[in-house]
Design a protein around this ligand. Structure first.
Ligand SMILES: [Zn+2]
Length: 606
């Protein structure tokens, strides 16, 4: 992004918005002490663990660990980037954007976007006019009628026809006064290869008009209807206004229905969307040819919690598709797969079976896990031992991801019956796999992630670590209440020896801030922090109600002791590992040195 808003403007936007107002648009907030609380808009929950502190203008969720200020709230909940967020919030506060006054480059880009949108608007009218009102478009009209699309649908989806001419659209747009350069950037025309001049990208094709979720035309898809030597579908390239990975075909019309039903159906093709819509299934969108992206997932997450995939069975089972489905899941959507009878795509199926037939398949949709499992089992003969082993090997990682115990029990039972293996063997394999993964995870994830509190406790079952983390957190709370404790902490804690990077950064930044300002401001310290875990920890602290904080002298020195003790033990653990190394390499002197140090540390601990 070439243009960034000035810090002044961002602060102005922050100042003119109130976090309580902003968040109240997404979840109902109630007073709770000095804070407000409500159901978290970022994860499913029945009892509120989402807190907003109006004084600090910060939020934090104890359930899923998200937190921050109005900017990252809007980014997360709307799935848009920082720039768009500033725009949106400036708009809410009635502030005019500085980019046009202050930044000629941004103004240029803004103007160009507007012009490209207008070019697409004109092209839509051009294609649509030819389809509906001219002899040239008759064959296109015939094609759509054969597919069962009536006039209303043609208008609603702004369908069109691109003539069998080299310069049809090009001349039309030139006559409207657009430069060759801009038309090139629209992606609708191409430079001639050998001679000077330009020609239309879409020729002799029926046209599907692609809109963004706000309903502005941003691109086209063209399908051949007679020349079989051409690729069947041709799409606009990515341009300044069109990014395939960030849009979904049909979302402009479907979003209302997706929101109402809290469900979206994703299909592959333009005609699948249109047929479904015509038959009254209106919460349907199409991925634009690529495998699903996290941007698309975020876009859907704004409107629904559940996503149904209705691809043809080959596409659905493909690796790229499965990865896309995992992305949907990772963004917090519930994913289900509709299995259509062999060789039918949704378009054909809906025409044959109607809305009711489709609803029936939808009600029988498989969960993502079920679908992955049947996909693994597909085409394997379970009489064959090798096949059976391969099947189990494929299924174990899928099952290992099932967190719910009851659910896992059910799957194990079902699969052991199907594979005719014992349930016990299956479980053992799952445990082995989990253990292996945990070993890997433990090193790089859990020890470095303070926010997965419950996960961490389960996974590590390490009461000492839990106690240490608690001591750090409590001590930080106490420091924010009584900043003059800082000098004592500085004298007693070795920052470099803290077990986690986030704590090192946090204490360092707090000390620095105090030294400079002789006071502590969570809000300002937050802006100097780079480590995400440190940020979240600070946010969590900002939300805490400190009225009943235990900050007696005994408690404080206990916490300090706990931290020092844990540091000592970590050090001993490391030394022991080094001792083993020295033993292996036969370095006796080194071994003795290390052992002495361990002894010394042990003594210090008693
Ligand atoms: Zn949450």
């Amino acid at each position: 992004m070439s243009f960034a808003y000035s810090e002044d403007f961002i602060e102005q936007v922050r100042f003119n918005n109130d976090i309580i107002d902003i968040i109240s648009d997404y979840t109902r907030l109630e007073h709770s002490g000095k804070s407000y609380k409500g159901l978290c808009p970022f994860h499913d929950e029945n009892t509120p663990s989402f807190f907003v502190n109006p004084e600090q203008q910060l939020y934090y969720c104890f359930g899923c660990g998200v937190g921050g200020d109005i900017f990252n709230f809007i980014m997360g909940v709307e799935g848009i980037d920082f720039r768009e967020t500033v725009k949106l919030l400036a708009d809410k506060a009635g502030l005019s954007l500085p980019e046009h006054k202050d930044n000629p480059q941004a103004k240029k880009k803004f103007d160009k976007r507007k012009k490209l949108m207008h070019i697409h608007e004109l092209a839509t009218r051009f294609y649509n006019y030819l389809l509906t009102s001219s002899d040239i478009g008759k064959k296109g009209n015939k094609y759509f009628n054969q597919r069962g699309f009536g006039n209303n649908i043609i208008q609603e989806f702004q369908l069109g026809f691109a003539p069998d001419r080299w310069e049809g659209l090009y001349r039309f747009l030139k006559n409207k006064g657009y430069s060759d350069q801009l038309l090139l950037e629209s992606g609708l025309i191409l430079p001639r290869k050998n001679n000077a001049g330009y020609y239309d990208r879409f020729r002799n094709r029926v046209i599907f008009t692609i809109c963004n979720h706000q309903g502005q035309v941003i691109g086209f898809g063209g399908r051949i209807i007679e020349d079989i030597n051409q690729p069947k579908y041709l799409n606009s390239p990515d341009t300044l206004i069109f990014d395939k990975s960030k849009n979904l075909y049909g979302l402009n019309l479907a979003k209302k229905f997706i929101q109402q039903s809290n469900e979206a159906i994703i299909v592959e093709g333009y005609t699948d969307v249109i047929t479904a819509y015509q038959y009254g299934i209106k919460n349907v969108v199409a991925s634009l040819g690529t495998s699903l992206t996290s941007e698309q997932a975020k876009l859907l997450k704004r409107y629904a919690n559940t996503v149904y995939i209705a691809y043809d069975s080959d596409t659905a089972g493909a690796k790229a598709t499965l990865r896309g489905l995992d992305i949907l899941k990772e963004e917090g959507l519930e994913v289900k797969v509709i299995i259509l009878p062999k060789d039918l795509d949704p378009d054909e199926f809906i025409k044959a079976e109607g809305k009711e037939g489709f609803a029936r398949s939808q009600s029988q949709a498989e969960t993502l896990i079920d679908f992955k499992i049947s996909n693994i089992l597909k085409g394997r003969s379970l009489e064959n031992v090798d096949d059976k082993i391969k099947a189990v090997k494929g299924i174990i990682p899928v099952l290992a991801k099932v967190k719910n115990k009851v659910e896992l029990d059910e799957y194990c039972k079902k699969i052991s019956e199907r594979l005719r293996t014992s349930e016990g063997v299956l479980r053992k394999e799952i445990d082995k796999y989990k253990f292996k993964m945990r070993g890997q995870d433990r090193k790089n994830k859990y020890r470095n992630n303070i926010n997965n509190k419950s996960e961490l406790a389960d996974a590590l079952n390490d009461p000492k670590l839990i106690k240490y983390l608690k001591a750090i957190k409590e001590l930080l709370s106490i420091v924010f209440k009584n900043p003059n404790l800082i000098n004592r902490l500085r004298a007693q804690l070795k920052i470099d020896a803290l077990a986690k990077e986030e704590h090192k950064e946090l204490f360092t930044k707090i000390f620095e801030f105090y030294q400079e300002h002789n006071a502590l401001e969570i809000n300002q310290i937050l802006q100097t922090i780079t480590n995400n875990n440190a940020k979240n920890l600070l946010l969590e602290l900002s939300i805490r109600d400190n009225d009943f904080l235990d900050d007696t002298e005994k408690t404080i020195s206990d916490y300090i002791e706990t931290i020092k003790g844990y540091q000592r033990e970590m050090r001993i653990e490391r030394l022991n590992a080094e001792i083993k190394e020295a033993q292996k390499s036969g370095d006796f002197t080194r071994q003795m040195e290390l052992m002495k140090e361990v002894q010394f540390l042990r003594k210090e601990g008693n």
